[in-house]
Design a protein around this ligand. Structure first.
Ligand code: ASC
Length: 130
């Protein structure tokens, strides 16, 4: 699928960066830092839903090095747990997408909390600090 480990590393870092950008736009509205715009939330949630499915496939065997990476060895030692964390994130994002389509700010806030927790839980276990 990827010709070289560095391609996989670049791909997962890029997709996670896009994910953070679009989730961040929703979170900024949920946190009141940016005025709430239901259409913008829905558009960003659609991007988040698509992109969230991409990173996992770029953590194949042998992609632990090749470019600077914060990926911890546990990703490959506990790969079932890692996949579970990705599934959890995707599930929380599906809830966010549903809330975004409904346009209710309180429901969006709750869903943003769930997504943020799923990001943090996986990073705490599987991502080294800067
Ligand atoms: C973000 C982002 C994350 C999560 C995490 C939530 O916006 O980039 O990694 O939220 O900070 O705790």
């Amino acid at each position: 699928q990827f010709q070289k480990p560095e391609h996989a590393i670049k791909y997962r870092q890029s997709s996670m960066s896009i994910l953070a950008t679009h989730f961040g736009r929703i979170a900024a509205m949920a946190n009141g830092k940016v005025p709430f715009d239901a259409k913008a939330v829905a558009a960003n949630a659609e991007v988040v839903s698509m992109i969230a499915k991409l990173p996992l496939a770029a953590f194949g065997e042998g992609t632990d090095k090749g470019l600077p990476t914060r990926a911890k060895p546990e990703i490959w030692k506990e790969s079932a747990k890692f996949k579970e964390a990705s599934d959890k994130m995707i599930g929380e994002i599906a809830k966010l997408d549903a809330a975004a389509k409904g346009g209710n700010l309180d429901q969006i806030k709750a869903a943003v909390g769930g997504v943020g927790q799923s990001c943090k839980a996986c990073h705490d276990s599987f991502q080294n600090d800067d």
